[in-house]
Each structure stands twice: as C-alpha cells, then as structure tokens.
Design a protein around this ligand. Sequence first.
Ligand code: ADP
Ligand code: ADP
Length: 229
Amino acid sequence: QTAIELNGLRKTYGGSGKSAPKEALKGIDLAIPAGSIFGLLGPNGAGKSTTINIMAGLVTKTSGQVRIWGFDQDVNPRQSRASIGVVPQELNMDPFFTPRAALEVQAGLYGVPRSERRTDEILARVGLLDKAEAYARTLSGGMRRRLLIAKALVHRPPVLVLDEPTAGVDIALRQMLWTYVRELNAAGTTIILTTHYLEEAQQMCDRIAIIDAGQVVACDATVNLLARL
Ligand code: ADP
Ligand code: ADP
C-alpha cells in the first residue's frame, strides 16, 4: 500500500501585485510506501516544508495530485486530512494553554468522541503527564516539541509527518525523539520527516528522497542511495 502519492505537484508562491512569482515546487512525483520511515532530504529552500504543508492541507497547491492513504485531497478532503498528522517546525503556541487543553481542543477539531480520547495516555507517551496542567509558556523547547507530537497523534492518523524534528535540538532530546519515532513506526505508523542533515536521514530512514530547487533529484532505499553518493 502507498501511504502518500504525489503526482506532478507544483507550487508557485506570489506573483500577484508587487512580488515576483516564486516557483517552489516544479513537478514533484513521489510514492511513499506504507510502513516506512521516509526522509525528505534537501538544502534550505529546496521545497521540503512546502511539500509537507501541502500534504497537511495548510498550503494550497498550484497543480498536481495528492493522495493520502488512498484518498485524493480534492475528492475526499475530510478523509485525506484525517489520515495525516503533522508536527510543525515552529514551537509557537498559546502561552496560557495547558497540554491537556491543547490535546482536548485538537481532539474536538478532529471530531474524536470523548469516549475515544486518550489524553492521559498520549501525554504519558511523550513524557508530559506531570506537565498536563502547566501553562505552555512555562514549557521548555523540548517539552513543546513533544507536545506538538502529542497533538499530531490525537486522531490516530496512519501517517505522521515531522518537519525538521531535531533542528536546534540537543543530542539527548534528539536521541529521545529518534527512539520515539522508531517505536511509533514499529507500532504501524508511517513516518515522513524532513531534514537537511544527511546523517539524520541515514540513521532514521529506510527510504530517502533528495529534493533540490523544487524537484526530486533522487529517490531510493537508503542503502542504495548512500552507495551512489
Ligand atoms: P525548505 O523547507 O526545503 O527549506 P521551503 O518549502 O520552505 O523549503 O521553501 C521553498 C521555496 O519557496 C524557497 O525559495 C522559499 O523562499 C519559498 N517560499 C516558501 N514559503 C513561501 C511563501 N509563503 N511565500 C513566498 N515564497 C515562499
Ligand atoms: P526537556 O523538555 O527535555 O527538559 P530542554 O528544555 O532541556 O528539554 O530542551 C531540550 C532541548 O530542546 C534544548 O537543549 C534545546 O536544544 C532544544 N530547544 C530548546 N528550545 C528550542 C527551540 N525554540 N527550538 C528548537 N529546539 C529547542
């Protein structure tokens, strides 16, 4: 089964008014197999965030086709949105929200019935149960990152996308995130992560696509790809 399929995906930013158009994606074709840990690797500005923000439904595409867990984003927008959880790169959050409130609101947004919410279980999973009632403004960067992962999981999506999950993160937290991501994957979640560190993609991912200037320049099993570099 294919978790995510992108066909001829294009995105041009701006172009109206004074800003010159910026062609961020120039026709991306990708098939991400279910069950994998898949890395989108590329330099800053390559188009990684744009690609995942389109998958997440946060940025509108200019043209092309996006299928998530078999659901075409244009034909089945609700099912396709329900099949993916996204952990953003930015750690911004409402300073007076608590982790418990953040998860409850997220569950409400995704229509998860109260009887099926697992707020304490998810908080415990990311090591934040003892901070359930703390204001977000008191949480460290590492705690915020873990809260954002918890939020992305409340509706039990089969696909979890992490945008630069370890950017600016120290070694201890990085190891913890990697372990956690591997556990989620072993439990059946397909993982997609973006990174500009080859080392991270190499250690974490079983398949890697290299994106440069809005195009896929290589895509293969990690062992094959590294053999060619
Ligand atoms: P990456 O995640 O690989 O660093 P991005 O997807 O963020 O790349 O950016 C791809 C290109 O699109 C870059 O040239 C970036 O400057 C441009 N871009 C990204 N977001 C916007 C935006 N909101 N408006 C205009 N240009 C943008
Ligand atoms: P913990 O939640 O594990 O106690 P810390 O507060 O020690 O986490 O932060 C863990 C690491 O997270 C820090 O060493 C730092 O590298 C990283 N970090 C802190 N703030 C940010 C941030 N704004 N963006 C990304 N990473 C951050």
